[in-house]
Write a protein that binds this ligand. Structure first.
Ligand SMILES: C[S@@+](CC[C@H](N)C(=O)[O-])C[C@H]1O[C@@H](n2cnc3c(N)ncnc32)[C@H](O)[C@@H]1O
Length: 402
């Protein structure tokens, strides 16, 4: 370093740093073994931070009695680190999602590189400190489509206006992982997964990557979407990124041709498209059905609740909430009647999206006739209470509400 010529080990370290920041696999960096004039200086810790001006690297200079913080744009930050290693600091640890790259200088000032375990997929893609998102279950490989679909920029930092979507994708994968862990899914062939009404494919790509890279379970994922351009775009991206077990088909949720799904996903499919999706899952005997209903128009028009509620239901918003409740409660009960164990919960805070209810159903191993009978009574009583005469899922299942 003293000669002014960058040693190969240092050059390789800086290239790895630059590449990890650019590709979004950078998680953190620490500079230690101080050699400068300041005896109070202990180390420097570097992380990614999202500022209004764009992504920066945040340097915290830790001294005995105080911390000094400085933010630098990525290119300047790499130059600054290049200036500090081998001079002020004789040790540097670079953590990416893939591995740890360690640069150490011996007493003669000669650099040496060694490698270790990175922060791994559990650390996920980088979490800018000013963005509270805590990515967990998406691997570094997901960076390609997150960038291509406009969620992150080339440096792997979440783009402005995309934080909620980013959070939703991660939350979805986290929930899916729990549901999958608790479901008796097949192990003797690839798991078939259908994502109904997949839109731009965010959740479809995320589901594929979770199974392929994180859970490492053999699975094929098929997205179904009625809009041609989205299907073409998603298939192109799957092809370009080498995702051979991921495909997209154009068609309707009710009758698109897809392999019989073990897991059926339908998030935010409009109105009764959710019922079409649930009905397909039930007919296919899917082990897991995961839905997040979108709008509930069908029931709202029928709502004639008990007289005691009538004055309150003059207000549109109460009517809307009752319609949502009645629609989704009937869906959950109909799934119970059809032989599923059902969970209903908010899958992401209402602060991020109003469409946050998830109905997740796992197929029971055998037929529990007593549970079916209880569910049938509950469905009819609830439908009668709200004056619901028609419900798309009941129609699909040939279940008489009255
Ligand atoms: C609100 S987007 C949700 C996309 C994705 N599931 C998500 O949550 O990010 C709903 C998508 O479902 C598609 N869709 C709605 N009804 C459908 C149907 N019956 N058949 C196929 N696609 C449908 C729409 O075209 C739209 O792209």
């Amino acid at each position: 370093m003293s000669s002014g010529v960058t040693e190969p080990a240092v050059a390789e370290f800086l290239a790895t740093l630059e590449q990890s920041v650019r590709e979004g696999t950078f998680t953190r960096l620490t500079l230690g073994k101080t050699r400068g004039d300041d005896p109070t200086l202990r180390n420097v810790q570097v992380r990614t931070v999202q500022l209004k001006a764009g992504p920066h690297l945040n340097f915290v200079w830790r001294h005995d009695t105080q911390d000094i913080t400085k933010n630098l744009p990525p290119a300047e930050a790499v130059t600054e680190i290049g200036r500090l290693v081998g001079t002020t600091f004789h040790s540097a640890h670079l953590f990416t999602t893939r591995r740890l790259t360690q640069l150490e200088f011996n007493k003669k000032g000669q650099p040496r590189l060694s490698f270790g375990k990175g922060d791994g997929p559990a650390g996920g893609s980088p979490a800018p400190t000013h963005d509270r998102t805590k990515p967990r279950l998406l691997p570094a490989e997901s960076q390609t489509w997150l960038h291509a679909l406009g969620i992150t920029n080339a440096a792997g930092v979440v783009r402005e206006g995309m934080a909620d979507k980013h959070r939703q994708i991660h939350k979805f994968v986290e929930l899916l992982s729990h549901l999958v862990d608790g479901a008796p899914l097949t192990t003797d062939r690839p798991i078939e997964i259908a994502d109904m009404g997949c839109g731009k494919g965010y959740l479809t790509f995320a589901t594929h990557d979770y199974f392929e890279f994180v859970a490492q379970r053999s699975a094929r994922v098929c997205g179904v979407e009625q809009r041609d351009p989205l299907v073409a775009q998603c298939n192109q991206l799957a092809l370009e990124t080498g995702r051979t077990k991921l495909s997209f088909v154009r068609g309707s949720i009710a009758d698109a041709t897809v392999p019989t799904p073990d897991i059926l996903i339908a998030l935010h499919a409009c109105d009764t498209a959710t019922d079409d999706a649930i009905a397909r899952g039930i007919a296919a005997g899917s082990t897991l059905i995961v839905t997040a209903p979108c709008c509930q128009k069908e029931v709202r028009a029928q709502l004639t609740a008990a007289p005691v509620l009538a004055p309150a239901l003059r207000h549109g918003i109460f009517q809307e909430r009752h319609a949502e409740f009645a629609t989704d409660a009937l869906r959950a009960l109909l799934l119970e009647w059809a032989g599923y164990e059902t969970k209903v919960f908010e899958f992401i805070s209402t602060e991020h999206t109003a469409k946050n209810l998830m109905i997740a159903a796992t197929k029971r191993p055998g037929l529990d006739e007593a549970a079916r009978a209880r569910a049938a009574t509950a469905i009819r009583e609830l439908a009668a209470f709200y004056g619901v005469r028609a419900h798309a899922l009941a129609t699909h299942l040939d279940f008489a509400l009255a």
